[in-house]
Design a protein around this ligand. Structure first.
Ligand code: SF4
Length: 351
């Protein structure tokens, strides 16, 4: 598949609904998951797209695009329930063909309308009844065991809404990792949270068994941060630097990552220069096109649209080249979004 077709698909999305799909939630969502040319691909679902997923192929204007498409079947663990009757599907979801992902706390102190990240829909999936507010560690362990046994899951991602505590939610993440590792010790787990006030919590996460960590800033441009994520922007960029440095010390080079969104109005060259600095520190910049998702303020209030394809391609190519030069690939991470790669085009570029 050419990079520009993959970029077009990432931006325009497709019509249709693959068996593995998600609606609202933390991070990019409202998408359908396929394996395209052997790589996980999370494609936005968009009723206005010229691309169509017809059940087995991806068509453009009615013609087969010739993409090598593997459909991911609905996983068997979705049909199980906890002893209390909670469907496993509400506790964790399959992303791509082999990633189990959960949001351990589905609420966020930053979700007030004047504070929330304008691209985010973390509490919408809670409101719709698609998930539960707080996941119990023992329940997640049960789900992880079943997902590995029945569906061949090879890694797990645990993210969290930000809590009011100084740990920013990391301590509940640590409890969840401990429970999962006690049940499925060989399953690599990535945790994701804001920079904790007390950096020692990063060691607690590692000692709990986490294999990798994502500390996501989304933009390195303070003006963009204030406009798009007023709540998160109250955490200064230097706090992220301190947390990334400590995380690289604890987890190792290339086991730490951050999302960088393309399409929030930042300068592309500044974004690439910032990514180069992160790579130098040993942090993998997971470059992801901004996805306008229903239910977010970006769509419902700002009427924001997907970024320009040429900019996404340029940034992705240049960051992929920098990553390759540094010998850092997503696939070398033990777990996490960069290891999955579905929401980005970096893996298709060899990074
Ligand atoms: S890149 Fe992350 S958010 Fe996207 S599908 Fe993969 S695990 Fe999920």
């Amino acid at each position: 598949m050419s990079v520009s077709t993959r970029v077009d698909l990432a931006l325009l999305g497709f019509r249709g609904r693959p068996p593995v799909s998600r609606s609202a939630g933390a991070g990019p969502s409202a998408d359908g998951h396929l394996v395209i040319d052997g790589i996980n691909a999370a494609i936005p679902r968009n009723d206005d797209s010229p691309f169509v997923f017809d059940g087995t192929r991806v068509l453009l204007d009615g013609q087969d695009t010739g993409l090598d498409v593997e459909v991911i079947e609905r996983p068997a663990f979705y049909d199980l329930r906890t002893a209390d009757g909670v469907p496993y599907e509400k506790l964790a979801r399959l992303h791509g063909r082999n990633v189990l992902a959960t949001t351990v706390v589905q609420t966020c102190i930053r979700y007030a309308p004047d504070q929330r990240c304008r691209f985010c829909t973390i509490e919408e999936s809670l409101r719709s009844g698609a998930t539960t507010a707080v996941k119990r560690p023992t329940d997640l362990a049960e789900v992880a065991e079943a997902a590995v046994r029945l569906d061949g899951v090879t890694q797990m991602i645990m993210t969290t809404g930000t809590s009011a505590g100084t740990d920013r939610g990391a301590r509940h993440l640590a409890r969840c990792v401990r429970a999962v590792k006690a049940t499925v010790p060989t399953l690599p787990v990535q945790v994701q949270c804001e920079p904790p006030a007390d950096l020692a919590v990063i060691t607690e996460l590692r000692e709990a068994g986490a294999d990798a960590i994502g500390i996501h800033i989304e933009s390195l441009d303070d003006e963009v941060r204030r406009r798009w994520m007023p709540g998160k922007a109250t955490v200064p960029i230097h706090r992220y630097h301190e947390a990334w440095r400590e995380a690289v010390r604890v987890f190792g080079r290339n086991q730490v990552s951050t999302y960088l969104l393309v399409g929030l109005g930042e300068d592309a060259d500044a974004l690439i220069a910032g990514a180069a600095e992160l790579i130098e520190m040993g942090v993998y910049p997971f470059v992801v096109p901004f996805r306008p998702q229903p239910g977010s303020l970006a769509v419902d209030v700002d009427r924001a649209t997907a970024p320009d394809a040429a900019v996404v391609e340029k940034v992705s190519r240049e960051v992929a080249a920098l990553l390759s030069l540094a010998g850092m690939t997503g696939a070398d991470q033990r777990a996490g979004c960069a290891a999955c790669g579905a929401c980005s085009v970096l893996q298709g570029l060899g990074a």
